[in-house]
Design a protein around this ligand. Structure first.
Ligand SMILES: [Zn+2]
Length: 264
């Protein structure tokens, strides 16, 4: 078996730093596992700037400036301009994460779904205007998400940390949406996700860690970092009955094509 090369299609290196793992350490550990490229995503203005700095500092790191629905409001016009400016950066490979989150933590109120949808529509228009793909966060909002995507300009779209079953995966791939699976794919309870992963063709399937969240089995509950995308890839290879090198080759070339990454 040749050298394994993997791409972590979605992580949060800044959040990992806040959990005590310096980016330099995470990137070195990733290289040891064959993870030579990673896309770190911003959720807020401070995170977007840190993601940019890391992408400038490390050749294997690319970034996406975004605005997470958990901010609970739309960006101000200055914040909007900043995201637009960052999208012009040569290391910015997509807009995101942006999206819809209707999940209620402990019954807490969520941000008005209509405002969330309006912002997402504007973000999709921005992505179309600057010609960059979009990285989408979606939680408990799959139907509304498809509705917004269907009525907005078409841009290459990746559903990060895919959640849902085979039916939603089918709806996504029939629209040409890319589906990126995180470490929760390997959890014993994830029967639905496994069915979804079986449905998505290799040219639309990516793998991510969503570091520092969702460390794959058998490290579930630990701090996740980009090297661990290899565990998810091994798990998927087993599930599909193919070699790790096949899954690595397919998912990395899909990620490189989607984000237009140079060869590692
Ligand atoms: Zn994320």
């Amino acid at each position: 078996m040749g050298e394994i090369q993997l791409v972590d299609a979605h992580c949060h290196l800044d959040e990992l730093e806040r959990r005590g793992m310096p980016a330099s350490e995470a990137i070195a550990a990733a290289a040891d596992s064959g993870v030579l490229q990673m896309v770190t995503s911003g959720d807020s203005p401070a995170e977007n700037q840190r993601a940019r700095e890391l992408a400038e500092a490390y050749p294997g790191v690319f970034f996406t400036p975004g605005w997470h629905p958990s901010n609970g409001r739309a960006p101000s016009s200055a914040e909007w301009r900043e995201i637009r400016d960052l999208l012009g950066h040569p290391r910015a490979v997509a807009l995101g994460e942006v999206g819809l989150d209707y999940h209620r933590w402990d019954g807490a109120a969520i941000w008005d779904p209509r405002e969330q949808r309006n912002l997402l529509r504007s973000m999709l228009e921005l992505a179309a205007e600057v010609g960059k793909p979009v990285v989408i966060h979606q939680r408990d909002a799959g139907g509304d998400l498809l509705g917004v995507l269907d009525s907005s300009p078409k841009v290459p779209t990746m559903l990060h940390c895919f959640s849902g079953g085979a039916e939603f995966a089918q709806a996504a791939i029939s629209r040409g949406l890319h589906c990126s699976f995180a470490g929760n794919l390997t959890f014993g309870s994830a029967a639905q996700l496994r069915e979804a992963a079986s449905v998505v063709p290799p040219e639309l399937l990516l793998l991510e860690t969503d570091s520092p969240f969702l460390a794959p089995h058998p490290l579930r509950g630990r701090v996740c970092h980009p090297a661990l995308v290899r565990l998810t890839a091994s798990w998927l290879a087993n599930h599909l009955g193919v070699g790790l090198d096949t899954v690595a080759e397919r998912s990395s070339s899909t990620a490189r094509a989607f984000f237009q990454l140079p060869p590692p």
